[in-house]
Ligand binder design. Structure first.
Ligand SMILES: [Zn+2]
Ligand SMILES: [Zn+2]
Length: 198
């Protein structure tokens, strides 16, 4: 695997195979959209194998802070999967991850992300999955919370609005120009960083 490319790993935690399949299909579909022109995004998504998911449940058991859980999970998985750059987790609404995230940020109703790890605990809505996932690639919100749900950009069906649904977003394209630029520069910048390190 080319180590100069940012690899995003994803998995469900505490959910059944139906959700595995939902997540797999959602990831594949978004990747198809992003890799098409004009973006030509080519940082691949991979499913985290089951044996590495136990790292997440073990860390979750011993930590009571969402940032510690994110940081420690990523560093432990990196020992097994060296090329991991970003991690996306889908888990139940009543999971400990959701509890810790909402304790940190009461507005995090569906999911919570830092720059490297994102957890979503709203099930069966691929638009929420995509919205939270896109935050990992430095894509910005186009809303100012529930009072100003947006989209605050030029695109009326932008996925970065508050609480995106099939009705408010619909078919691709659903990313505004500002965020297309952000995702393009995110994927390019990484290569430069890695090259410099070599
Ligand atoms: Zn957001
Ligand atoms: Zn937007």
């Amino acid at each position: 695997m080319d180590s100069s490319i940012k690899n995003t790993y994803y998995c469900t935690l505490g959910l059944d195979e139906r959700h595995d399949e939902f997540l797999r299909n959602s990831m594949d579909e978004l990747f198809r959209h992003l890799s098409d022109s004009p973006m030509g995004f080519d940082c691949p998504f991979h499913e985290l194998v089951i044996e590495h998911r136990t790292i997440l449940s073990d860390v979750l058991e011993e930590r009571n802070d969402i940032f510690e859980f994110f940081a420690l999970s990523l560093s432990k998985i990196r020992k097994k999967v060296r090329q991991i750059s970003r991690l996306f987790i889908l888990c139940p609404t009543e999971s400990k991850i959701a509890y810790l995230a909402k304790k940190e940020c009461p507005n995090a109703v569906w999911g919570f992300s830092n720059t490297q790890v994102s957890a979503t605990y709203s099930l069966n809505n691929k638009y929420i999955v995509w919205h939270e996932l896109l935050h990992l690639f430095e894509v910005d919100d186009c809303h100012c919370g529930p009072e100003k749900p947006g989209p605050t950009c030029e695109l009326t069906n932008c996925i970065m609005q508050y609480a995106p649904t099939p009705q408010t977003v619909g078919e691709w394209p659903f990313l505004c120009q500002k965020n297309i630029k952000r995702i393009q520069s995110w994927s390019k910048n990484d290569r430069v960083d890695v090259k410099d390190l070599n």
